[in-house]
Write a protein that binds this ligand. Structure first.
Ligand SMILES: Cc1ncc(COP(=O)(O)O)c(C=O)c1O
Length: 322
């Protein structure tokens, strides 16, 4: 299997100071739109739908700025698969950066209030939706299902061909990405450590959630940890200092991270280095999970400015083709 993404050395004075060797797995540049963990999670989901003669389309769930919704809409567009997004929020959000693109690529947006959206895992609600859309395959929020786990596990297959490492770090939201990495690391015995940096507050429940997503064979793996103290105030929250630290890190390393997922992983990593979490000589791989499209909505809302947070050229170019 060819490697989907490069593994690049990452250089920063903090790494020299703490004598660690750091590499970055560039899943963010796998594809101009379906980047990072979205590509990995959607790969087998889309393949399965394409191969099924009874499935006519795909339905999934997400917030108004969802990376998953954005990527899914484009993946379905490319494969000529009809798709529906059940979106938390009001119809006025349809014009925002993320959703206007999703609609442009043909996704039908169905807005639901928060109360209804909370039912997205309830069997009665899903049965109602299935009645309404009988020949649609349902993909959960964030794309995290067993097919996604299979797709993400291939990151490890690639990494093992590309390098040797002690520790692998990923941002953690719904748990599918971390679960996929754990599942793929069948070399549990070789002492790889896998860390998930929770990007949301009160995330202790995520450990159980990751466990529930693991395939049976991976359940005994105990080489992973969920770190819950690096959320910076909650989902999509970050202080001006946090933002400055990420911008500076981007400048020094030449790789762009955004402040919701990958940037929080970077801040956590820098803090963990200062806390003496890693041993001198440790070989660390950071997984860049993409999500750079999220900057579009943040720029639009004035939360960040474009000069400090450039979108990757390939995202901009693709977007300018609208
Ligand atoms: C860019 C990006 N990175 C990381 C994550 C976290 O992945 P997961 O939800 O699988 O834990 C997400 C959310 O799905 C994301 O959009």
């Amino acid at each position: 299997m060819a490697n989907l993404s490069d593994l690049q050395p990452l250089n920063h004075p903090a790494f020299n100071k703490h004598k660690v060797q750091v590499q970055i797995k560039r899943d963010d540049i796998i594809h101009p739109i379906i980047s990072g963990n979205k590509w990995r999670k959607l790969k087998y989901n889309i393949q399965t739908v394409k191969q099924s003669s009874s499935v006519q389309g795909v339905l999934s769930f997400g917030g108004c700025y969802s990376n998953h919704i954005h990527a899914l809409a484009f993946a379905c567009f490319e494969q000529s698969i009809p798709c529906i997004g059940i979106i938390r929020g009001e119809a006025e959000y349809a014009n925002n950066f993320t959703l206007s693109w999703a609609a442009h690529w043909g996704m039908k947006l169905h807005f639901v209030d928060r109360k209804t959206y909370r039912r997205r895992y309830d069997s009665d609600y899903l049965a109602e939706l299935q009645q309404q859309f009988p020949f649609y395959a349902f993909i959960p929020e964030g794309g995290s299902n067993s097919l996604a786990i299979k797709g993400v596990s291939e990151v490890i297959t690639e990494l093992i061909q590309q390098t040797t490492f002690d520790t692998l770090i990923t941002p953690l939201g719904s748990g599918g990405t971390l679960a996929g990495l754990i599942a793929g690391d069948t070399s549990n015995q070789t002492n790889h450590k896998i860390l998930g940096i929770a990007v949301l507050k009160n995330a202790d429940y995520l450990k159980e959630q990751v466990e529930s997503l693991l395939p049976e064979l991976a359940k005994p793996h105990n080489n992973w940890h969920v770190l819950t103290n690096y959320h910076r105030g909650g989902y999509a929250k970050f202080s001006p200092q946090d933002a400055s630290r990420i911008i500076e890190f981007n400048r020094v390393t030449g790789v762009n991270f955004e402040p919701v997922y990958s940037g929080k992983m970077i801040l956590a990593f820098l803090d963990l280095l200062d806390e003496g979490y890693f041993s001198p000589g440790e070989k660390i791989v950071l997984l860049h999970t993409g999500g750079m499209q999220g900057l579009g909505g943040m720029i639009e809302r004035g939360i960040v400015n474009k000069a400090d947070w450039p979108m990757p050229e390939q995202v901009e170019n693709k977007i300018n083709q609208k």
